[in-house]
Design a binder for this molecule. Sequence first.
Ligand SMILES: Cc1cc2nc3c(=O)[nH]c(=O)nc-3n(C[C@H](O)[C@H](O)[C@H](O)COP(=O)(O)OP(=O)(O)OC[C@H]3O[C@@H](n4cnc5c(N)ncnc54)[C@H](O)[C@@H]3O)c2cc1C
Length: 398
Amino acid sequence: MPADRAETIVLGAGIAGCALAFHLATRSHGPVVVFDPQTPGAGATGRAAGIVTEQLWDRWDVEVTRASKSEYAALAARWDPTAYSVNGFVRWTRRPEVADALARSVERLEGWGVRSRVLSVDELAARFPSGRFVGVVAATGCVDDAVVTPSAIAQIYAEGARANGVDFWLGRPLARFAPVGGEWELTCGGRMVRAPRAVVAAGAWSKRLLAGVGHPVPLAPYRTQAAILRPAPPAPADLPSAHDLDTDVYVRPEQNGRILAGDGTELVEVDPDTFRIGGDDAFVAHVAETFAERFPGWAEAELVRAWAGVCCSTPDRHPLVGPVPGAEGLYVIAGFNGFGVMRAGGAAGRLAAVLSSGDDDRELERLGPADPRRFAGPIAEFAPRPGFTLEGGDDPRF
Ligand SMILES: Cc1cc2nc3c(=O)[nH]c(=O)nc-3n(C[C@H](O)[C@H](O)[C@H](O)COP(=O)(O)OP(=O)(O)OC[C@H]3O[C@@H](n4cnc5c(N)ncnc54)[C@H](O)[C@@H]3O)c2cc1C
């Protein structure tokens, strides 16, 4: 079979793969082929809540997420204005030890230019007319945080990439992906493509793909859940997103007065091909209990649907974005620890700069704490431990 030629093959058309294809296509980069056995957004991207927050770990994370956010805002304004809105994001706790961590996080975030601040219980009550904040000892929020429709953003990236010449090979199983004669070769549906570089952007499937070519990286796929509820009366469209740090349940407003509630994160590894796709009764009951305590106005909300998706954790909770250690021409963008929607655009932009510059040192440096070369050496199994974190990253370089 004669092989097509490309400069880069991207494996995976979730928000990360589509954003990367878009960034490569809009730079002076050679031909790009994106392969996905399903369709754009069919993985975690099509199941995500879409909260985009700057209340993050370190300066690097904030900069990357800001880059995503401004790109999502611009793309949505042009192609689908319903796919992006700024609504703010608040967090609260009734536990004094968590309150201390929240206070420290505000100071840290201020240092990185994030407009986060302490909120009073009266302010919370004003923003959440359905809420009851008895016992809450601390709350913080950032007015600049946003929500997006992740599948719509992925689709916009894919269309932009396609319009700039990227070839999408979709909907057929992978026959083979392997190194051949110093290049990477991919075969599917009777077609073959070869390129000097390949990027694995296959979300929870990345672990198996990379191990299959003899270059394992430390990734642990795990299951997490969300549900859509319809309260009466409908929730206001400008409701901030919120995270109850005590029950770990978060909410965001959805169209038509509905609410998306999430968490139900499981700290065990799952197989992305065989995980349970529906929401668990225990997760729905946990959301109902949180609503009964914190949002009595929503306690009778109708459950529209509940589902699960598979995200991917790393040992240090930083993503993997950049060269795979010890593998010539092989790159990865995965392991977002449940924050992949908010980081994808910015991380893809940085990886595209590395690829387009031929691994220029300055561009590699901009991968910061996400550079996969931090895991050169033997790879050990580990349990996923993702989640919304209050602690700051402890690496002084970032
Ligand atoms: C319930 C839930 C809520 C979430 N909420 C948020 C949130 O509020 N904010 C946030 O930032 N993030 C959130 N996330 C996380 C976010 O969804 C992910 O981090 C992000 O979508 C990862 O994107 P991705 O492109 O890396 O992976 P995916 O979207 O999983 O895409 C991977 C793609 O790889 C493809 N693939 C599979 N096998 C192969 C193969 N062999 N070759 C090539 N391709 C292959 C799949 O078909 C899929 O299309 C949430 C996730 C879930 C499940």
